[in-house]
Design a protein around this ligand. Structure first.
Ligand code: KG4
Ligand code: ZN
Length: 332
């Protein structure tokens, strides 16, 4: 089954053709980052307008790259939640139009379920049940994945998501949006032990809280600026990154042990972080847990992951009709 998938939940207009949930036929991502960078973050109205302008061209490009015509795809999938509502609406409306005009089945996909499915493309042997850590700009969730479409959240962030904390701390350090990748690069030249940063406690041992840590970094930079003191930005980046990776991986591995999982997966934009990838791999190995991580190219927003999850949603009978709407926030 070949699915044409559309993803417009944030600042990437992305379209892909995916076969049977596991094989990418084409995968096009048109990013708007350069424009949002000017404002230090995503401007929702600009995002919607850019999606509106590029969606037709990106769909055509994905079909051309797949050497297919629309009539040759079997279904249309679209991210319908969660995300920026105006941005989601562009993709949802366009997908509805395509499905109605072509008579194809319409498959709605939850964005975070899509992130997790990036692992099915990268790893043919991965199948539920497993424990998943999804860390992105809007989510930090520990989830029990009992089958391809059944998820149970056992831990989540109580305030900022990991990616959000990366971006805000990066901004204080003087990096441009989105800052996660800049922290990752700078950290390679820094000492992760130089700055001691707080590790907030939570009542539920699998929950996270990143806002205190983020504020600590922002205050550290502001105080130093006011006193005219030098900050070793590379080491601050390394210390921050080490702390976030340590919090995420220690709670995740604890959850895996407590619930008896021997299979685990990492997903979301923050899964691209080199310290998190390394630390989690090492800690899972020590505990005899097999860890699956998507390649960096599939960690950020893309439509291939949506096409993958769509295949499993279709198999479970989760399809939509012309009344499908976009939803800004939606639990898994
Ligand atoms: O999943 P994603 O592409 O979009 C959302 O669904 O939110 O995640 C974007 C987030 C941003 O906060 C970005 O800074 C972060 O992922 N990110 C990283 C890295 N690459 C992207 N954070 C840390 N290290 C990275 N290498
Ligand atoms: Zn995402």
């Amino acid at each position: 089954m070949r699915i044409l998938a559309i993803e417009t939940s944030c600042d990437e207009t992305a379209v892909a053709v995916v076969e049977d949930g596991r094989k990418i036929i084409s995968n096009i991502v048109a990013t708007q980052i350069e424009e949002h960078k000017l404002y230090g973050g995503v401007v929702p109205e600009i995002a919607s307008r850019r999606h509106c302008e590029s969606i037709v061209a990106v769909v055509n490009e994905a079909l051309e790259a797949a050497e297919m015509k629309l009539c040759e795809v079997d279904a249309i999938a679209v991210t319908y939640a969660p995300g920026l509502i105006g941005a989601l609406l562009v993709g949802v409306n366009y997908a509805k139009g395509l499905a109605l005009a072509s008579g194809k089945t319409l498959i709605p996909v939850h964005h975070i379920k899509g992130h997790i499915a990036a692992n099915y493309i990268a790893h043919e042997d991965l199948a539920p049940p497993y424990l998943c850590l999804a860390a992105s700009g809007g989510h930090s969730h520990i989830m029990r994945v009992s089958d391809y479409t059944t998820f149970e959240t056992i831990g989540r962030t109580l305030d900022d998501a990991a990616g959000e904390a990366f971006d805000k701390a990066a901004r204080a350090m003087g990096f441009s949006y989105p800052g996660g990748v800049h922290i990752d690069k700078a950290a390679k030249n820094g000492d992760p032990k130089k700055y001691r940063l707080p590790r907030p406690k939570t009542q539920n041992p699998y929950d996270f809280s990143f806002s205190g840590l983020k504020t600590n970094v922002i205050n550290l930079v502001h105080n130093a600026n006011q006193k005219g003191e030098e900050i070793d930005i590379d080491s601050l980046a390394a210390s921050f990154q080490y702390t976030v990776a340590d919090i995420l991986s220690s709670r995740f591995v604890q959850a895996a042990e407590d619930f008896g999982y021997k299979t685990a997966a990492l997903a979301g934009g923050v899964a691209a972080n080199s310290a998190l990838r390394g630390m989690l791999t090492e800690r899972c190995e020590k505990k005899g847990i097999k860890l699956y991580i998507p390649p960096v190219s599939l960690c950020g927003d893309n439509a291939a992951m949506i096409g993958s999850q769509a295949f499993f949603e279709y198999q479970a009978g989760n399809v939509a009709d012309g009344s499908l709407n976009a939803v800004a926030t939606m639990p898994l």
